[in-house]
Write a protein that binds this ligand. Structure first.
Ligand code: SF4
Ligand code: SF4
Length: 106
């Protein structure tokens, strides 16, 4: 299992972190009562990011801003603490540049 969500993969394939005796993850529940492990904004891969701004556009929490790095636009997760773990940014990013991780709660 990868330790982060991958672009354009469904929740079914990318957010299945199972608890272990040592690690407990924060879980959420769907309307049908089944559980999943949401992942939250952790970093932007600056090598992959093409500065398109899609993550800024789709994130309703204002997690991302565009900054200039060596003359190129790049996304930065300036407000990661606001992330709701809904994966909208992953689905919108054309460059597979967003790295999210589940919350460890115990
Ligand atoms: S998972 Fe949702 S709330 Fe979190 S950064 Fe992405 S779009 Fe914003
Ligand atoms: S959507 Fe992806 S490529 Fe576009 S600015 Fe955001 S992180 Fe960069």
């Amino acid at each position: 299992m990868s330790d982060c969500c991958q672009n354009n993969q469904s929740e079914e394939s990318c957010c299945r972190f199972e608890d272990t005796p040592e690690i407990k993850y924060f879980h959420s529940y769907r309307k049908d009562g089944t559980s999943y492990t949401p992942t939250f904004s952790d970093a932007v891969d600056q090598e992959k990011c093409i500065g398109c701004g899609q993550c800024v556009k789709v994130c309703g929490q204002g997690v991302y801003i565009l900054i200039e790095v060596n003359g190129e636009k790049k996304a930065h997760n300036a407000n990661a603490d606001r992330c709701l773990g809904d994966c909208h940014c992953h689905k919108a990013c054309p460059a597979d540049a967003l790295i999210c991780k589940p919350k460890v709660i115990g």
